[in-house]
Write a protein that binds this ligand. Structure first.
Ligand SMILES: [Mg+2]
Length: 165
């Protein structure tokens, strides 16, 4: 079950500092959308999150949104938050989306961190692709629908205790 273990755990995407990424040899960061950048049914990230993305970019970290969502939604979201690269219909945890992201950012998979809130899609996918996997606590876990709620139950044994996040 090593593949379900993230290399790093954070409460929120805004806690991932440019220094942390650089210390780990990371020059690009893959971002999940739902429950990582925005909560459920919220159209855009809050100001703190948006500012943090700018801080990462200013420090020379390339950003790429990789989502299983549709092309139209991912494209318009990425434009609104000012991120240049994106991959839609990524089919995470399959490697395809991560490879496309690495080609867009012109970085090796090993130089890329991938952050997301779901172990079975984001963390597993990052590990399978050879990226540095980063788990971020879901922003909001209510109203996600039956299948995601069910997946969360199965995630629990593989997650660190709340106080360690
Ligand atoms: Mg998500």
């Amino acid at each position: 079950m090593k593949l379900l273990k993230a290399r790093a755990y954070f409460k929120n995407i805004t806690e991932i500092s440019p220094e942390f990424l650089k210390e780990n040899g990371i020059s690009g960061l893959i971002l999940d959308i739902d429950n990582t950048l925005i909560g459920h049914n919220v159209p855009l990230p809050d100001e703190k999150t948006t500012n943090h993305l700018r801080e990462l970019e200013n420090a020379g970290i390339k950003l790429c949104v990789v989502s299983n969502n549709t092309y139209d939604r991912v494209k318009s979201f990425t434009e609104k938050i000012g991120v240049e690269f994106f991959v839609a219909n990524a089919l995470k945890p399959r490697r395809k989306g991560y490879i496309e992201a690495s080609e867009s950012m012109k970085l090796a998979l090993s130089e890329i961190g991938a952050a997301g809130d779901q172990l079975f899609t984001d963390v597993l996918g990052a590990n399978l692709a050879g990226c540095f996997s980063i788990y971020t606590k879901p922003l909001h876990t209510g109203g996600e629908g039956f299948f995601i709620a069910l997946k969360r139950i199965f995630e629990n044994p593989f997650l660190p205790k709340e106080e360690l996040l």
